[in-house]
Design a protein around this ligand. Structure first.
Ligand SMILES: *[C@@H]1O[C@H](CO)[C@@H](O)[C@H](O)[C@H]1NC(C)=O
Length: 417
């Protein structure tokens, strides 16, 4: 789906001028700003591939939690100013924040669901308004880009952990579970992988990639999108280096089996988009999951991205497609929800969006098989939609000034329906 190209292209927007706290400021291949803005913020080299703007005192990793737990407020104060980022990462994983009682995540948990989450990455976390909203509203984070293959293993067996570490650390510090995203995917795939033509080589490359990443974050990731978008919209197997070299679906066996071995506690999902409509894609997706499970491949959950369009006729029957997915797995996760419309919507489009958000969330609430909802971004300011769908946007729950939209209240109404 070309949409993800935009997610990758979104990164350079962070590059101009000086970087703010958490932003990347150096490393092999980095062409953006190499200085940091803000008092006491210094560009710190974490490894040859990644330098990041960090507080010179190492207190900033947990300082965002100071109003929320006394533990978080006091622990950093005892940390010497010379503490390295590595130490900070380890220290901060020991703190977690009690969920507040008012946000979307707290509301949905009170109704028996696992989480409301959002995608994020160091770039969006560095915005204090995003961070504050995520602390209050979110129980789960998905890395928007930092765990994609091109980001995390850009050249063979050379892993670039910086952004993913930052995301994982922030989530753990703030008590959020994480959906890992993603391993086997045709897009945002480095050319050294695309160039492989030998099945044995590709098998070991998949196994090494999955094993190395999952081992690093073992015990910290709730669920992984082990494979993403393996179908075309007509329900046929998508052409990729994986499907071409293997000639069948067994590249999925390799990836899921490696994932189970690397972190047996993580839930392993097959994720795709346009599963919101009845038809060949949904039918064949469900059949594939059944086939995988029948031959012993460990698939624990299915992910339906749910990039929707305001007023689309499929939205009122969203529950029907959730039910279809539930025949493949009793754990159906809405993984990338947004509902786009005109970037300058009419009042009727806004009203329809509210109805649509309530319908989608309500459909999940009415089904025990729908376990959690991840929204693909916090504010319209950072949404991937405008850069991919010209003239469209307004897809999320907060506007570009971080004010709650009607869609937020509509989401709450769906939880309470
Ligand atoms: C955001 O704030 C600016 C300045 O007040 C205003 O001009 C703009 O319309 C606001 N945007 C939205 C989406 O409300």
């Amino acid at each position: 789906m070309k949409t993800y190209v935009a997610l990758a292209l979104a990164a350079p927007a962070l590059v101009a001028g000086q970087q703010s706290l958490w932003g990347q400021c150096g490393g092999i291949g980095w062409t953006g700003a190499t200085s940091c803005s803000g008092s006491g913020i210094v560009c710190s080299t974490l490894n040859p591939y990644y330098a990041q703007c960090l507080s010179g005192t190492a207190q900033t990793t947990t300082s965002t939690t100071t109003t929320r737990t006394t533990t978080a407020a006091t622990t950093p104060a005892t940390t010497p100013a010379t503490t390295t980022q590595t130490t900070t990462l380890r220290t901060s994983t020991t703190t977690s924040v009690a969920p507040t009682g008012t946000g979307l995540d707290a509301l949905i948990k009170a109704k028996g669901k696992k989480y409301v989450g959002f995608c994020a990455d160091p770039g969006t976390l560095s915005n204090s308004q995003n961070a504050a909203i995520l602390q209050t509203e979110s129980g789960q984070l998905t890395p928007e880009n930092s765990m994609k293959w091109d980001a995390i293993e850009p050249s063979q067996n050379s892993f670039n952990w910086g952004n993913a570490d930052t995301l994982v650390n922030w989530a753990q510090t703030n008590g959020k579970i994480i959906r890992g995203h993603t391993f086997v995917w045709h897009s945002q795939l480095p050319s050294w992988v695309s160039a492989i033509s030998n099945k044995a080589t590709l098998t070991s490359v998949i196994q090494n990639h999955v094993t190395t990443v999952m081992t690093r974050y073992k015990g910290k990731i709730y669920a992984w999108d082990v494979a993403n978008e393996v179908f075309n919209d007509d329900g046929t197997r998508r052409t990729s280096v994986f499907s071409t070299v293997f000639g069948d679906w067994t590249f999925l066996d390799v990836a899921f089996n490696a994932a189970r071995a690397a972190d047996p506690a993580a839930k392993l999902c097959l994720n795709d988009y346009n599963l919101d409509y009845s038809g060949s894609k949904l039918t064949n997706f469900v059949q594939l999951v059944k086939d995988l499970k029948a031959r012993g491949v460990p698939v624990d959950c299915v992910g339906t991205q749910s990039h929707l369009v305001v007023g689309n006729g499929a939205i009122p029957s969203f529950g029907t497609t959730l039910d279809s997915l539930a025949t493949a797995s009793s754990d159906v996760q809405i993984t990338e929800l947004d509902i786009r419309t005109s970037s300058s919507p009419s009042s009727s489009q806004i009203s329809q969006q509210n109805t649509d958000y309530t319908n989608v969330v309500s459909a999940c609430m009415k089904r025990s098989t729908c376990t959690g909802i991840t929204v693909w971004g916090v504010s319209d300011k950072d949404s991937w939609i405008p850069s991919v769908f010209s003239g469209q946007g307004y897809a999320l729950l907060w506007d570009s000034n971080f004010s709650k939209k009607g869609a937020y209240n509509a989401f709450v109404a769906g939880i309470n329906s």
